[in-house]
Design a protein around this ligand. Structure first.
Ligand code: ACO
Length: 335
């Protein structure tokens, strides 16, 4: 059984924050950020907006393009590291879309690789049988987890949502193949937003002590990152992964129409493209407008490229995600 992408959509918050805006709150400049990252603007969720609403908007656009009714969705995969409910956000999206058959909906947490892992999971569910239409959403609001006084990280991230519909098809039409996936928990020290536990519950007062342990309340620290190490990891591992994915698909670099990497830093995109000998005009980049939107970056860039007519039916795209975990991987798509 084959599977292919039949629709995409995206949504971003209305508030745009420029490099000059950030220079008002941390010691930085537009020139430093642009030269080191390629980022000029990013979108940030305000109190009036929700990540769930963005994910629903992106999903509706993808379903409309795919001409798939919400009732025909068999599975909703919400790829996010910033759910609005600790127990997962996917069922809320299923509910908001009005999927009447109560399809399975759950979250996948893998930071900036989340969407890629969602795509591969969709393909596995479809090929395993019983699933015909899978909605894969990549959505993150890292603005809620960033230390806005840390100029090394707060300049990088933006909020967004993107979605695709993956549909079962005959094997000759297969449009999602050549996977290559990895993780390395040792690298977590270079990029994390780890749990912190505080002694909690003043409300319990002295009653807390009868339990024999102090009640704890968990929260997460802001993003901690060693930028240089993450940069080195991306430039080393991503080209190898794409080469493996191409090999698994029986293709070579010259058969790629587009290189679509997780949008982390323009210098990473350029370095990977150079290693793979992909010319700059075949590299998709929208970093300047949105920054690093984590799990949303690939479907957001795909959606913009499809709607602008850049990516056309039959084009082959090498897609790669990489980020915290560490996790990384690639897939070859035929749009
Ligand atoms: N403005 C001005 N100066 C700055 C800024 C800033 N915003 N940030 C750091 N600097 C300073 C540093 O303090 C340092 O100063 P010093 O030399 O006096 O000590 C100097 O600039 C160099 O800092 P580096 O951190 O070495 O700068 P680098 O060239 O490595 O660029 C960057 C930093 C842009 C973060 C880069 O390392 C990078 O992009 N790494 C990859 C990060 C990434 O992609 N992370 C996301 C992964 S996705 C996920 O899973 C969440």
């Amino acid at each position: 059984k084959g599977c292919k992408l039949v629709g995409c959509g995206s949504a971003v918050p209305s508030l745009q924050v420029s490099n000059d805006d950030l220079a008002k709150i941390v010691d930085t400049t537009d020139a430093w950020i642009s030269v080191r990252t390629g980022i000029r603007n990013r979108r940030v969720l305000t109190g009036k907006e929700s990540l769930t609403a963005l994910a629903v908007e992106a999903s509706k656009k993808a379903l409309q393009m795919a001409e798939v009714d919400p009732d025909d969705i068999d599975l909703v995969l919400m790829c996010t590291s910033t759910p609005e409910d600790l127990f997962g956000g996917a069922p809320q999206i299923q509910k908001a879309l009005g999927c009447k058959r109560n399809p399975l909906a759950f979250d996948i947490t893998a930071a900036c690789s989340g969407f890629l892992l969602g795509l591969v999971s969709a393909a596995c569910y479809i090929r395993g049988g019983g699933f015909n239409n899978v909605l894969v959403i990549g959505a993150d609001a890292l603005s809620r987890n960033v230390d806005w006084s840390d100029r090394g990280t707060c300049i990088l991230f933006g909020d967004a949502a993107g979605a695709v519909v993956v549909q079962a098809c005959d094997s000759e039409e297969d449009g999602l193949f050549g996977f290559d996936l990895h993780s390395d928990g040792d690298g977590q020290r270079h990029l994390n937003a780890a749990i912190t536990e505080n002694e909690a519950d003043s409300a319990l007062g002295s009653n807390g002590s009868v339990l024999g342990f102090p009640p704890r309340r968990a929260s997460y620290s802001c993003i901690q990152m060693n930028g240089k190490e993450v940069f080195r990891f991306a430039v080393r591992c991503v080209p190898q992964s794409i080469e493996s994915a191409l090999k698994n698909a029986g293709l070579t670099g010259s058969s790629i129409d587009w290189l679509l990497l997780h949008q982390a830093n323009q210098r990473i995109l350029d370095a990977v493209a150079t290693r793979l000998e992909v010319p700059p005009e075949r590299v998709i980049s929208n970093l300047a407008n949105y920054g690093n939107t984590s799990a949303a970056s690939i479907p957001l860039a795909l959606d913009e490229s499809v709607r602008s007519g850049k990516v056309q039916s039959g084009h082959t795209i090498a897609v790669a995600g990489f980020g915290a975990g560490l996790t990384w991987g690639s897939a070859i798509l035929r749009w």
